[in-house]
Write a protein that binds this ligand. Structure first.
Ligand code: NI
Ligand code: MN
Length: 232
């Protein structure tokens, strides 16, 4: 019962990277900073306790190896990515897989399906891509990773999502129209768009997306520039 309403502070770091602070723990999701043209921080500035990865692509694994080696942060990812990280010298890692949930000290992690690829930066097999549902106190955050739209997002919505982080960049993932359908399936309280301003190929108007979300869903859109915070 204690601290059930502890503040959750999310910082958009650019592309699909987020930092989440909750009860003294610092979590990173998909920390792609080096080589990320919209990165809000440098790898050296971060001190995570936990790093969570949605899939193996370089724009998501990003600086994980350097961060994990420097800080000793626990990395949570699928089994194949954890094996690869171990070969890179990252020993503090916890393997999971799709549909699996695990209660860590910092909170509960569930890996959900995502429809995408997951090869690792050196071409190694990276298993299947995932979305992540994070339960931190009484907050639930869903980071969809890179994915196409899928109607089973309605099942993820049944978990009671407070914040949904969705890609809207199109070309490699859902575009804005499919992301609005995703919001309708997920029914989150808030939706934060990502994966849309890093390169010209995935450039989208996040404010137009936000307007459509307001018109066609019950969710409150939250458009963050890299470096901006959202507190819940
Ligand atoms: Ni990807
Ligand atoms: Mn990506």
């Amino acid at each position: 019962m204690a601290n059930q309403t502890a503040t959750l502070e999310m910082t958009f770091l650019g592309h699909s990277a987020f930092q989440i602070r909750h009860r003294g723990q610092t979590l990173l999701i998909d920390p792609f900073l080096t080589g990320n043209p919209v990165a809000a921080v440098r790898e050296e500035e971060l001190n995570p306790d936990v790093i969570l990865l949605t899939h193996g692509h370089a724009d998501h694994v990003g600086d994980t190896v350097a961060l994990a080696k420097r800080t000793g942060a626990l990395v949570v990812a699928n089994f194949e990515i954890v094996n690869w990280l171990s070969e890179q010298g990252v020993k503090n890692a916890h393997p999971m897989h799709l549909g699996g949930q695990h209660a860590f000290e910092f909170g509960v992690v569930k890996l959900t399906i995502a429809h995408h690829g997951s090869s690792l930066p050196d071409g190694s097999y990276g298993g299947n891509p995932a979305g992540i549902v994070l339960t931190l106190g009484d907050h639930k955050v869903y980071h969809a990773g890179d994915t196409a739209l899928f109607s089973d997002m309605a099942l993820i919505g049944e978990m009671g999502i407070d914040v949904a982080i969705l890609p809207i960049g199109d070309n490699f993932t859902m575009g804005p129209d499919d992301a609005v359908r995703a919001v309708q399936f997920l029914q989150p309280k808030y939706v934060i768009p990502c994966h849309y301003q890093t390169w010209d190929l995935i450039h989208q108007d996040a404010n137009a997306f936000a307007e459509t979300v307001r018109e066609q869903t019950e969710a409150e859109p939250v458009v963050l520039e890299p470096g901006e915070n959202f507190v819940l």
